[in-house]
Design a protein around this ligand. Structure first.
Ligand code: GLA
Length: 386
């Protein structure tokens, strides 16, 4: 596979590549819309991701192409802030621009990206591209890459260049993932623990709604603003809090009525309870209690549907149909929502039945097919060659 990509690079740019890097997407097991509230998340890096092939060029130009697109994008390294509205290439060039502003040297190069994560599918195809690009720039600058830093730079780029106020979860997972481990991350302190994931006889199955979504177009920033509003209101009663993650379930029960707006109150309730579900999930998974984890997954989805309102007919249908199958312990949306994917905990010998039945019912209700992937929990971003 890599040999084929290297050949493609050489055919395209007329010379062999000098470095090959890879960075993965992620699936979040639980802890949704908690990261930008200073809460806990529990994601894992997946096997799919972005492979980047690189070669130096003498001219001050970055040429970039994706294996699944025909055009080559060319960018002047002295005008890197001019490419924000590209249909493709803005995430990559945004990283070069952001790192340049941070004092990194940017030189001309030829790049080929091979992205295996479905775009806009909620599995962090963008974070994979960002982190692999940041890693390249760091290596070219002679650094021993600090992967947490690479994640932070990638998040900063999304805020400033793309305009999406995302949390740190996706970039952190892409940068820091470890094979067969999930990352239990405290997004306020950035303390984290790698938790071994053993699922004897079960698999995490990702189901893709195949409904296209874009974070920027969606209500993502609106949800974030609602949470900030909830914090402002709660501070009238509990001045010591700085984010929703500082509020325990008991505190919330006691003070929730200071939040005047009913919708904002529901958003806050989701975040407070979801944060608690992450703690419980880590505990039950360490104890090997998959059934208890499945139950928490279900509660998480129901809260995202009813309180946070980020699901929609496609995600809800996948989840409802999944839960009807014998051998499914839990099912929930993963990522930002508004389309994208679900993750289900499925008994291995029920997977074929799962795919067949969920697919049939989804097609009947929604009108087109979903796709399925069996999750392989892989490593975070790394240099493969060169
Ligand atoms: C997107 C964002 C993350 C996180 C999730 C929701 O994936 O990029 O930071 O907020 O949505 O949990």
């Amino acid at each position: 596979m890599l040999e084929k990509l290297k050949q493609e690079f050489e055919d395209l740019y007329g010379a062999p590549c000098e470095k090959v890097l890879f960075s993965p997407g992620r699936v979040n097991l639980i802890g949704e819309h908690t990261d930008y509230n200073g809460g806990y998340v529990f994601p894992a890096a997946i096997g799919m991701g972005s492979t980047l092939l690189y070669r130096k060029r003498e001219e001050p130009v970055i040429r970039l192409k994706a294996t699944d697109l025909s055009e080559i994008v060319e960018a002047d390294i002295h005008q890197l802030d001019c490419y924000k509205n590209l249909r493709w290439g803005n995430y990559q060039l945004g990283i070069f621009e952001t790192m340049k502003r941070r004092g990194y040297q940017i030189t001309g190069c030829d790049l080929l990206y091979d992205d295996t994560i479905p775009h806009g599918g909620g599995l962090s195809s963008s974070a994979a591209i960002e982190v692999v690009t940041a890693l390249l720039v760091s290596i070219l600058n002679g650094e021993q890459p600090d992967m947490v830093q690479m994640a932070k730079i990638s998040q900063q780029m999304e805020h400033e260049y793309i305009g999406v106020k995302c949390g740190i979860m996706d970039q952190f997972s892409s940068a820091m993932g470890k094979r067969d481990h999930a990352i239990f991350l405290n997004c306020k302190t950035m303390d984290f623990e790698l938790v071994p994931i053993r699922m004897d006889g079960y698999k995490l199955v990702i189901s893709n709604t195949n409904k296209k979504r874009s974070l920027a177009d969606s209500k993502y920033n609106e949800r974030r603003a609602e949470c900030e509003h909830a914090v402002e209101e709660l501070r009238k009663a509990i001045p010591a809090i700085t984010c929703l993650a500082d509020v325990t379930a008991d505190m919330f029960e006691q003070y929730k009525n200071v939040i005047a707006d009913e919708t904002v109150r529901r958003r806050a309730e989701h975040v407070v309870m979801e944060d608690d579900r992450v703690l419980q999930s880590v505990k039950v998974l360490k104890d090997g209690d998959l059934a208890a984890f499945g139950k928490l997954m279900n509660e998480s989805h129901d809260s995202l549907r009813d309180l946070y309102e980020v699901t929609g007919a496609e995600l809800d249908t996948l989840v409802e149909e999944a839960r009807k199958i014998d051998g499914v312990l839990g099912s929930r949306m993963t990522g930002a929502g508004f389309g994208g994917c679900t993750v289900s905990l499925v008994k291995e010998d029920a997977i074929e039945d799962f795919k067949e039945k969920v697919s049939k019912s989804y097609q009947k209700k929604i009108g087109y097919d979903p796709s399925f992937y069996i999750t392989v929990i892989g490593d975070g971003g790394k240099l493969l060659e060169g």
